[in-house]
Design a protein around this ligand. Structure first.
Ligand SMILES: NCc1[nH]cc(CCC(=O)O)c1CC(=O)O
Length: 329
Protein backbone atom coordinates (compact mmCIF):
# COMPACT_ATOMS: atom_id res chain seq x y z
CA UNK A 1 0.00 0.00 0.00
CA UNK A 2 1.29 3.47 -0.82
CA UNK A 3 2.09 5.70 2.13
CA UNK A 4 -0.68 8.14 1.19
CA UNK A 5 -3.22 5.31 0.92
CA UNK A 6 -2.24 3.98 4.31
CA UNK A 7 -2.90 7.33 5.92
CA UNK A 8 -6.13 7.73 4.00
CA UNK A 9 -7.33 4.41 5.40
CA UNK A 10 -6.41 5.47 8.96
CA UNK A 11 -8.33 8.63 8.36
CA UNK A 12 -11.38 6.82 7.02
CA UNK A 13 -11.34 4.33 9.90
CA UNK A 14 -12.13 7.22 12.21
CA UNK A 15 -15.68 7.17 10.76
CA UNK A 16 -17.98 9.95 11.92
CA UNK A 17 -15.31 11.42 14.14
CA UNK A 18 -13.32 12.80 11.22
CA UNK A 19 -13.08 16.49 10.69
CA UNK A 20 -14.33 17.75 7.39
CA UNK A 21 -12.38 21.01 7.42
CA UNK A 22 -8.84 22.19 8.03
CA UNK A 23 -8.09 25.87 8.54
CA UNK A 24 -4.58 27.08 7.69
CA UNK A 25 -3.35 30.22 9.45
CA UNK A 26 -1.03 32.14 7.15
CA UNK A 27 0.69 35.45 6.71
CA UNK A 28 -0.46 37.34 3.66
CA UNK A 29 2.81 37.93 1.88
CA UNK A 30 2.92 36.39 -1.57
CA UNK A 31 5.43 33.77 -0.43
CA UNK A 32 3.46 32.80 2.69
CA UNK A 33 0.29 32.49 0.60
CA UNK A 34 2.10 30.35 -1.97
CA UNK A 35 3.28 28.04 0.80
CA UNK A 36 -0.13 27.82 2.47
CA UNK A 37 -1.79 27.16 -0.89
CA UNK A 38 0.77 24.48 -1.68
CA UNK A 39 -0.09 22.64 1.55
CA UNK A 40 -3.81 23.20 0.87
CA UNK A 41 -3.44 21.58 -2.58
CA UNK A 42 -1.50 18.62 -1.14
CA UNK A 43 -4.16 18.04 1.54
CA UNK A 44 -7.00 18.36 -0.96
CA UNK A 45 -5.44 15.82 -3.27
CA UNK A 46 -4.90 13.38 -0.38
CA UNK A 47 -8.35 13.95 1.09
CA UNK A 48 -10.80 14.94 -1.66
CA UNK A 49 -13.72 15.29 0.77
CA UNK A 50 -11.90 17.68 3.05
CA UNK A 51 -12.48 21.42 2.95
CA UNK A 52 -9.24 23.34 3.37
CA UNK A 53 -9.46 27.07 4.06
CA UNK A 54 -6.88 29.80 4.54
CA UNK A 55 -7.08 32.28 7.41
CA UNK A 56 -4.92 35.23 6.40
CA UNK A 57 -3.34 37.37 9.13
CA UNK A 58 -0.94 40.28 9.43
CA UNK A 59 1.85 39.81 11.95
CA UNK A 60 3.93 42.39 13.84
CA UNK A 61 6.88 41.48 11.64
CA UNK A 62 4.85 42.50 8.56
CA UNK A 63 3.79 45.79 10.12
CA UNK A 64 7.09 47.11 11.43
CA UNK A 65 9.17 47.69 8.34
CA UNK A 66 11.41 50.55 9.36
CA UNK A 67 13.73 48.92 11.91
CA UNK A 68 16.16 46.03 11.46
CA UNK A 69 14.49 42.81 12.58
CA UNK A 70 17.22 42.08 15.10
CA UNK A 71 16.33 45.27 16.97
CA UNK A 72 12.59 44.64 17.27
CA UNK A 73 12.49 41.10 18.57
CA UNK A 74 13.63 38.83 15.76
CA UNK A 75 11.92 36.20 13.73
CA UNK A 76 9.38 35.21 16.37
CA UNK A 77 7.44 38.30 15.36
CA UNK A 78 6.29 36.52 12.22
CA UNK A 79 4.86 33.46 13.93
CA UNK A 80 3.28 34.66 17.19
CA UNK A 81 -0.08 35.74 15.74
CA UNK A 82 -0.33 32.49 13.78
CA UNK A 83 0.40 30.50 16.93
CA UNK A 84 -2.26 32.39 18.86
CA UNK A 85 -4.78 31.40 16.18
CA UNK A 86 -3.81 27.75 16.69
CA UNK A 87 -3.97 27.91 20.47
CA UNK A 88 -7.36 29.61 20.39
CA UNK A 89 -8.71 27.08 17.88
CA UNK A 90 -9.33 29.62 15.11
CA UNK A 91 -7.02 27.58 12.90
CA UNK A 92 -5.78 23.98 12.80
CA UNK A 93 -2.37 24.36 11.21
CA UNK A 94 0.20 27.02 10.38
CA UNK A 95 2.64 26.70 7.49
CA UNK A 96 6.07 28.22 8.12
CA UNK A 97 9.40 28.68 6.41
CA UNK A 98 11.53 26.53 8.69
CA UNK A 99 14.22 29.15 8.92
CA UNK A 100 11.73 31.54 10.55
CA UNK A 101 10.49 29.06 13.15
CA UNK A 102 11.95 29.68 16.63
CA UNK A 103 13.47 26.70 18.41
CA UNK A 104 10.98 26.57 21.27
CA UNK A 105 7.25 26.18 20.71
CA UNK A 106 4.60 27.62 22.96
CA UNK A 107 3.03 25.12 25.35
CA UNK A 108 0.56 22.88 23.53
CA UNK A 109 1.97 23.50 20.05
CA UNK A 110 4.56 21.62 18.04
CA UNK A 111 5.89 20.85 14.62
CA UNK A 112 3.94 18.05 12.94
CA UNK A 113 5.91 17.63 9.72
CA UNK A 114 8.75 19.07 7.64
CA UNK A 115 8.07 19.09 3.90
CA UNK A 116 10.47 18.53 1.00
CA UNK A 117 13.10 21.18 0.66
CA UNK A 118 13.43 23.55 -2.28
CA UNK A 119 16.93 24.74 -3.29
CA UNK A 120 18.39 25.99 0.03
CA UNK A 121 20.94 28.37 -1.50
CA UNK A 122 21.07 32.14 -1.38
CA UNK A 123 20.42 33.85 -4.70
CA UNK A 124 22.39 36.74 -6.13
CA UNK A 125 19.95 39.16 -7.78
CA UNK A 126 21.02 42.16 -9.82
CA UNK A 127 20.05 44.24 -12.83
CA UNK A 128 23.67 45.18 -13.45
CA UNK A 129 25.98 42.16 -13.28
CA UNK A 130 25.77 38.40 -13.61
CA UNK A 131 27.52 37.30 -10.40
CA UNK A 132 28.92 38.37 -7.08
CA UNK A 133 32.46 38.34 -8.50
CA UNK A 134 31.52 40.87 -11.17
CA UNK A 135 30.38 43.51 -8.67
CA UNK A 136 32.77 46.48 -8.74
CA UNK A 137 34.35 47.83 -5.58
CA UNK A 138 31.98 50.12 -3.71
CA UNK A 139 28.85 48.50 -5.14
CA UNK A 140 25.83 48.60 -2.81
CA UNK A 141 24.36 45.23 -1.82
CA UNK A 142 21.05 44.92 0.01
CA UNK A 143 20.40 42.44 2.79
CA UNK A 144 19.30 42.72 6.38
CA UNK A 145 20.52 39.29 7.33
CA UNK A 146 23.62 39.28 9.54
CA UNK A 147 24.37 35.80 8.25
CA UNK A 148 24.47 37.00 4.64
CA UNK A 149 26.26 40.26 5.37
CA UNK A 150 29.04 38.78 7.50
CA UNK A 151 29.86 36.19 4.84
CA UNK A 152 29.72 38.83 2.13
CA UNK A 153 31.93 41.23 4.09
CA UNK A 154 34.45 38.45 4.68
CA UNK A 155 34.79 37.70 0.97
CA UNK A 156 34.24 41.20 -0.40
CA UNK A 157 35.26 43.83 2.17
CA UNK A 158 35.15 46.36 -0.68
CA UNK A 159 31.35 46.21 -1.02
CA UNK A 160 28.88 48.44 0.79
CA UNK A 161 26.15 46.53 2.57
CA UNK A 162 22.88 48.34 3.10
CA UNK A 163 19.90 47.19 5.14
CA UNK A 164 16.93 45.86 3.15
CA UNK A 165 13.59 44.87 4.66
CA UNK A 166 10.18 43.89 3.38
CA UNK A 167 8.75 40.90 1.56
CA UNK A 168 10.31 39.55 -1.61
CA UNK A 169 8.40 41.92 -3.93
CA UNK A 170 9.23 44.99 -1.86
CA UNK A 171 12.91 44.07 -1.85
CA UNK A 172 12.96 43.55 -5.61
CA UNK A 173 11.20 46.87 -6.18
CA UNK A 174 13.75 48.73 -4.05
CA UNK A 175 16.53 47.27 -6.16
CA UNK A 176 14.70 48.06 -9.40
CA UNK A 177 14.32 51.66 -8.14
CA UNK A 178 18.11 51.87 -8.05
CA UNK A 179 18.68 51.87 -4.28
CA UNK A 180 20.94 48.79 -4.58
CA UNK A 181 23.28 47.39 -7.22
CA UNK A 182 22.40 43.87 -6.10
CA UNK A 183 20.46 42.08 -3.38
CA UNK A 184 20.65 38.64 -1.81
CA UNK A 185 17.45 36.61 -1.38
CA UNK A 186 16.66 32.99 -0.69
CA UNK A 187 16.59 31.04 -3.96
CA UNK A 188 13.61 29.05 -2.66
CA UNK A 189 11.39 32.11 -2.40
CA UNK A 190 12.17 33.20 -5.95
CA UNK A 191 11.64 29.69 -7.32
CA UNK A 192 8.28 29.38 -5.57
CA UNK A 193 7.10 32.75 -6.84
CA UNK A 194 8.17 31.78 -10.36
CA UNK A 195 10.77 34.53 -10.53
CA UNK A 196 13.57 32.31 -11.80
CA UNK A 197 14.54 34.99 -14.30
CA UNK A 198 15.57 37.20 -11.35
CA UNK A 199 18.26 34.78 -10.21
CA UNK A 200 21.65 35.76 -11.68
CA UNK A 201 23.54 33.20 -9.58
CA UNK A 202 22.72 30.50 -7.06
CA UNK A 203 25.51 31.26 -4.61
CA UNK A 204 27.42 28.10 -3.67
CA UNK A 205 27.40 27.05 0.00
CA UNK A 206 31.18 27.63 0.08
CA UNK A 207 30.54 31.34 -0.53
CA UNK A 208 27.31 31.82 1.39
CA UNK A 209 26.43 29.00 3.74
CA UNK A 210 22.61 28.95 4.05
CA UNK A 211 20.57 29.48 7.21
CA UNK A 212 19.36 26.46 9.12
CA UNK A 213 16.10 25.30 7.57
CA UNK A 214 16.29 27.58 4.55
CA UNK A 215 14.13 26.33 1.68
CA UNK A 216 12.06 23.96 3.82
CA UNK A 217 8.46 24.41 4.95
CA UNK A 218 7.22 23.10 8.27
CA UNK A 219 3.68 22.65 9.55
CA UNK A 220 2.77 23.45 13.14
CA UNK A 221 -0.37 22.33 14.95
CA UNK A 222 -1.74 21.65 18.43
CA UNK A 223 0.18 18.76 20.02
CA UNK A 224 -3.02 17.06 21.19
CA UNK A 225 -4.72 17.26 17.80
CA UNK A 226 -3.94 13.65 16.89
CA UNK A 227 -6.26 13.64 13.92
CA UNK A 228 -4.59 16.59 12.24
CA UNK A 229 -1.16 15.13 13.01
CA UNK A 230 -2.22 11.89 11.26
CA UNK A 231 -3.64 13.79 8.32
CA UNK A 232 -0.41 15.72 7.90
CA UNK A 233 1.91 12.71 8.18
CA UNK A 234 2.16 11.97 4.42
CA UNK A 235 3.55 15.48 3.86
CA UNK A 236 6.67 14.67 5.86
CA UNK A 237 9.86 14.41 3.77
CA UNK A 238 12.26 12.27 5.76
CA UNK A 239 15.52 13.43 4.16
CA UNK A 240 14.63 17.08 4.61
CA UNK A 241 13.50 16.45 8.19
CA UNK A 242 16.83 14.85 9.10
CA UNK A 243 18.86 17.67 7.54
CA UNK A 244 16.78 20.39 9.16
CA UNK A 245 16.90 18.60 12.52
CA UNK A 246 20.71 18.70 12.44
CA UNK A 247 20.73 22.36 11.39
CA UNK A 248 18.25 23.45 14.01
CA UNK A 249 20.23 21.69 16.72
CA UNK A 250 23.16 23.97 15.88
CA UNK A 251 20.96 27.07 16.14
CA UNK A 252 19.39 25.87 19.35
CA UNK A 253 22.75 25.24 21.04
CA UNK A 254 24.03 28.63 19.88
CA UNK A 255 20.85 30.30 21.07
CA UNK A 256 20.39 31.48 17.51
CA UNK A 257 16.75 32.37 17.85
CA UNK A 258 17.48 36.03 17.33
CA UNK A 259 18.81 37.13 13.98
CA UNK A 260 22.34 35.98 14.65
CA UNK A 261 25.18 35.71 12.12
CA UNK A 262 24.89 31.92 12.16
CA UNK A 263 24.79 29.61 9.17
CA UNK A 264 24.39 25.84 9.19
CA UNK A 265 23.76 23.46 6.37
CA UNK A 266 23.45 19.67 6.27
CA UNK A 267 23.72 17.34 3.30
CA UNK A 268 22.58 13.71 3.48
CA UNK A 269 24.27 11.05 1.35
CA UNK A 270 22.85 7.62 2.03
CA UNK A 271 22.93 7.34 5.80
CA UNK A 272 25.69 9.92 6.28
CA UNK A 273 25.24 13.52 7.27
CA UNK A 274 27.75 16.21 6.41
CA UNK A 275 26.98 19.24 8.53
CA UNK A 276 28.74 22.57 8.12
CA UNK A 277 28.31 25.64 10.30
CA UNK A 278 29.76 29.06 10.94
CA UNK A 279 29.45 32.05 13.21
CA UNK A 280 30.71 35.38 11.93
CA UNK A 281 31.25 38.74 13.51
CA UNK A 282 28.93 41.34 11.94
CA UNK A 283 31.91 43.39 10.73
CA UNK A 284 33.02 40.42 8.63
CA UNK A 285 36.48 40.37 10.24
CA UNK A 286 36.20 37.13 12.17
CA UNK A 287 34.59 33.91 11.13
CA UNK A 288 34.54 30.63 13.02
CA UNK A 289 33.81 27.74 10.67
CA UNK A 290 33.39 24.05 11.36
CA UNK A 291 32.06 20.79 10.02
CA UNK A 292 31.17 17.34 11.25
CA UNK A 293 30.18 14.03 9.67
CA UNK A 294 28.17 11.20 11.14
CA UNK A 295 25.15 8.92 10.92
CA UNK A 296 21.73 10.31 10.12
CA UNK A 297 20.27 8.81 13.29
CA UNK A 298 22.50 11.18 15.26
CA UNK A 299 21.31 14.34 13.46
CA UNK A 300 20.53 16.22 16.62
CA UNK A 301 23.65 15.32 18.59
CA UNK A 302 25.86 16.09 15.57
CA UNK A 303 24.33 19.57 15.51
CA UNK A 304 25.03 20.05 19.22
CA UNK A 305 28.61 18.77 18.83
CA UNK A 306 29.29 21.12 15.93
CA UNK A 307 27.86 24.06 17.88
CA UNK A 308 30.01 23.18 20.91
CA UNK A 309 33.07 23.01 18.68
CA UNK A 310 32.30 26.46 17.23
CA UNK A 311 31.73 27.88 20.72
CA UNK A 312 35.01 26.44 21.99
CA UNK A 313 36.88 28.03 19.10
CA UNK A 314 35.62 31.57 19.68
CA UNK A 315 31.97 31.72 18.56
CA UNK A 316 31.09 32.28 22.22
CA UNK A 317 32.89 35.63 22.24
CA UNK A 318 31.18 36.82 19.04
CA UNK A 319 27.73 35.76 20.22
CA UNK A 320 28.14 37.10 23.77
CA UNK A 321 29.06 40.49 22.36
CA UNK A 322 26.00 40.46 20.11
CA UNK A 323 23.51 39.26 22.72
CA UNK A 324 24.79 41.85 25.22
CA UNK A 325 24.45 44.60 22.67
CA UNK A 326 20.87 43.52 22.00
CA UNK A 327 19.99 43.51 25.67
CA UNK A 328 21.35 47.00 26.14
CA UNK A 329 19.27 48.43 23.29
N1 LIG B 1 13.51 35.88 6.11
C1 LIG B 1 12.32 35.80 5.34
C2 LIG B 1 12.24 34.55 4.57
N2 LIG B 1 11.85 33.39 5.17
C3 LIG B 1 11.91 32.39 4.24
C4 LIG B 1 12.33 32.94 3.05
C5 LIG B 1 12.55 32.19 1.79
C6 LIG B 1 11.97 30.83 1.68
C7 LIG B 1 12.64 29.78 2.50
O1 LIG B 1 13.77 29.90 3.00
O2 LIG B 1 12.02 28.70 2.63
C8 LIG B 1 12.53 34.31 3.24
C9 LIG B 1 12.95 35.31 2.23
C10 LIG B 1 14.43 35.41 2.04
O3 LIG B 1 15.23 35.10 2.92
O4 LIG B 1 14.82 35.86 0.95
Amino acid sequence: MKKSERYLSIYKSLGDEVKDKIVIATRESQLALWQANNVKAQLESLYPDMKVELLGMTTKGDQILDSPLSKIGGKGLFVKELENALTEGRADIAVHSMKDVPMAFPEGLGLAVICEREDPSDAFVSNKVESLDQLPSGAVVGTSSLRRSCQLRMKRPDLIIKDLRGNVNTRLRKMDDGEYDAIILATAGLVRLEMLDRIRQRIPAETSLPAGGQGAMGIECRSDDVQTINLLAPLQHEETAIRVTAERAVNERLNGGCQAPIACFAILTGDSIWLRGLVGSPDGKTMIEGEIRGHKDDAKSLGVQLADDLLARGADIILDALYNEENSN
